[in-house]
Design a protein around this ligand. Structure first.
Ligand SMILES: NC(=O)C1=CN([C@@H]2O[C@H](COP(=O)(O)OP(=O)(O)OC[C@H]3O[C@@H](n4cnc5c(N)ncnc54)[C@H](O)[C@@H]3O)[C@@H](O)[C@H]2O)C=CC1
Ligand SMILES: O=C(CO)COP(=O)(O)O
Length: 343
């Protein structure tokens, strides 16, 4: 049976470690702060991010990266995206030959505009052929509570995707497979931008029609950028695209959505970020997506307006008005050409 290390003990890392350990899989959860690791090991739960979920017998906790990674067949990295590279670099010397390395984080590295698997390929070149990504509508708390959930795992090597599907699947966690790693990583990262927008929308009391418009026009924007970057367009109609948009744009459990609501209530971005224990990846992804949009010559009007609200203190009501008043467009402009295309 596999032995797994989960690197990062936030809400999602802890949830994945619980899921695996509850299946009887030998699992270790790595936390970067020794005092927090000691707390979790002693209390047998993560009181900061997932209070009330007891750690089963098969779940160890450590702050020692060598202890976490050595002799493990599968390493799942679940750290904030801007920290992925440093964590991968630190664990590289301990990585077993043949280990499978999975990213479960949803973001883009701002300094390089790389997806997480691209960062891992650079930092862990020996594992290049065994990289994978996990994505989908997976609000950590709902998964931890055992609510039925679907996810998607991507690997270029089909056998690895199938292996991970078996490893992670439970009666409450149904895992699908794909080889479109670019698509599921970009879907998972870019939906956080739209989730912030949907939170702003909800905070302004703009209702369900507007939220649905955000989700579908957000999906069009994500699909345009994703396909320009080499993803398969249909991936964005799947769990890591539409699925995750629906979950995070509708749920008060989403931290990105929460951040949007607080912005609409007039709080300043800096204050909100300073008060959050959790990462709101969409803030960094908004900056990264705009640079990628420029690189690929793709239009991302929602992302552009959100950037103004986030970073320039722009009035969200004005931002929505400007989105509504853009030049009229064909619905599928930039997505498909052909008989239903009306410009
Ligand atoms: N929470 C969720 O429902 C889901 C989160 N994700 C993704 O998983 C990633 C991690 O998110 P969460 O587990 O929710 O974390 P979190 O937001 O609950 O907490 C952040 C975690 O990052 C750790 N951290 C901070 N600096 C670090 C460093 N330098 N090195 C290592 N760890 C560091 C903190 O100790 C904490 O454990 C993000 O990319 C997020 O988008 C993906 C699916 C679901
Ligand atoms: O990605 C998530 C659920 O699929 C979690 O979203 P937040 O990071 O906004 O909480």
């Amino acid at each position: 049976m596999a032995s797994v290390a989960v690197i990062g003990s936030g809400a999602w890392g802890t949830t994945l470690a619980l899921l695996l350990a509850n299946k009887g899989i030998d699992t270790v959860l790595w936390e970067h702060r020794p005092e927090r690791a000691a707390d979790m090991a002693c209390l047998r739960e993560n009181r900061l991010f997932l209070p009330g979920f007891r750690f089963p017998e098969h779940l160890g906790v450590t702050a020692d990266l060598e202890e976490a990674v050595r002799h493990r067949e599968v390493i799942i990295l679940v750290t904030p995206s801007q920290r992925m590279r440093e964590n991968a670099r630190q664990l590289a010397p301990y990585l077993e030959r043949g280990a499978i390395v999975v990213s479960a984080s949803k973001g883009i590295e701002l300094s390089t505009l790389q997806r997480m698997s691209e960062v891992l390929a650079e930092e862990l070149p020996e594992a290049r052929a065994r990289l994978a990504a996990l994505s989908g509508p997976n609000l950590a708390r709902e998964v931890a509570e055992g609510k039925p959930t679907a996810a998607v795992v991507a690997a270029q090597d089909e056998a690895i995707a199938i292996y991970l599907r078996t490893l992670l699947s439970t009666a409450r966690y149904r895992v699908y497979t794909t080889q479109d790693i670019t698509g599921i990583e970009l879907g998972g990262a870019l939906k956080n931008i739209i989730a912030i927008g949907a939170g702003i929308n909800d905070g302004m009391g703009y209702g369900e029609n507007a939220r649905a418009a955000f989700i579908t026009r957000g999906l069009a924007e994500i699909t345009r950028l994703g396909t320009a970057a080499g993803a398969h367009p249909l991936t964005f109609a799947g769990l890591a695209g539409l699925g995750d948009l629906v979950a995070t744009c509708s749920s008060p459990l989403s931290r990105n959505h929460q951040l949007g609501r607080r912005l609409a209530a007039g709080e300043k971005l800096d204050e909100i970020l300073a008060s959050m224990h959790s990462v709101a990846e969409g803030v960094y992804t908004t900056r990264a997506a705009l640079q990628l949009a420029q690189r690929y010559g793709v239009e991302m009007p929602i992302t552009q307006q959100l950037a103004l609200v986030l970073f320039e203190g722009y009035d969200p009501y004005k931002a929505v008005l400007e989105l509504m008043m853009r030049d009229p467009k064909g619905e599928m402009e930039g997505l498909i050409e052909g008989s239903i295309y009306v410009s």
